[in-house]
Design a protein around this ligand. Structure first.
Ligand code: COA
Length: 152
């Protein structure tokens, strides 16, 4: 049986192991102070980051990290799902689906206006799952990194 719940302090070692796998998936190097800060903020109820973990046989096998933010279009918060990861050994067993269903349920319970996320266009495995929740829209993402910015 797989359950999903809020991340708690005792989950740190297993969460970190999965986080390292997630960073490797994106070929990203996340410095230790950032990882420390992310974990600390997940546990801090004053910070609008929502960290959830999927647990199977008392083992943490997946996580979602989301950020709540304000909206100019409605007073209710919007939930941005930033990270989703399932232990490679546990894939294809419905863990990813449960993590998404958990966020949809939380959105209903807590009155978030919408839940949204991005993924790479070529992440076909993830998109097969996502397409069962809602079709992708046609927005295009622009990302500016100010320290690398050259004004046009
Ligand atoms: C994307 C990811 C979270 C999916 O997790 P998962 O637990 O394997 O997904 P599920 O078992 O819930 O799969 C649900 C659906 O996704 C599709 N799917 C998942 N893995 C699949 C695979 N290897 N091959 C084909 N379809 C797959 C199926 O349509 C499946 O539907 P079904 O339940 O009717 O069979 C997981 O593959 C992962 O962590 N990938 C690496 C990180 C990543 O891509 N994160 C998302 C970045 S935005």
């Amino acid at each position: 049986m797989i359950t999903v719940r809020a991340a708690s302090a005792a989950d740190e070692p297993s969460w970190r192991e999965l986080w390292a796998g997630y960073n490797a998936f994106y070929e990203a190097t996340v410095p230790e102070p950032i990882t420390q800060s992310t974990w600390r903020r997940i546990l801090d109820p004053a910070v609008p980051i929502v960290g959830r973990v999927a647990v199977a046989d008392r083992r943490v096998v997946g996580f979602s990290n989301s950020v709540l933010h304000e909206s100019t279009w409605a007073p209710a918060p919007i939930c941005y799902l930033e990270d989703l990861f399932v232990d490679p050994e546990m894939r294809g067993k419905g863990v990813g689906r449960l993590l998404l269903q958990d966020l949809v349920a939380l959105a209903r319970q807590r009155g978030w206006r919408t839940l949204y996320w991005h993924t790479r266009g070529n992440n076909t495995t993830a998109r097969r799952l996502y397409d069962t929740f809602t079709p992708a829209d046609d927005f295009v993402r622009y990302v500016v990194t100010p320290t690398q910015r050259r004004d046009p």
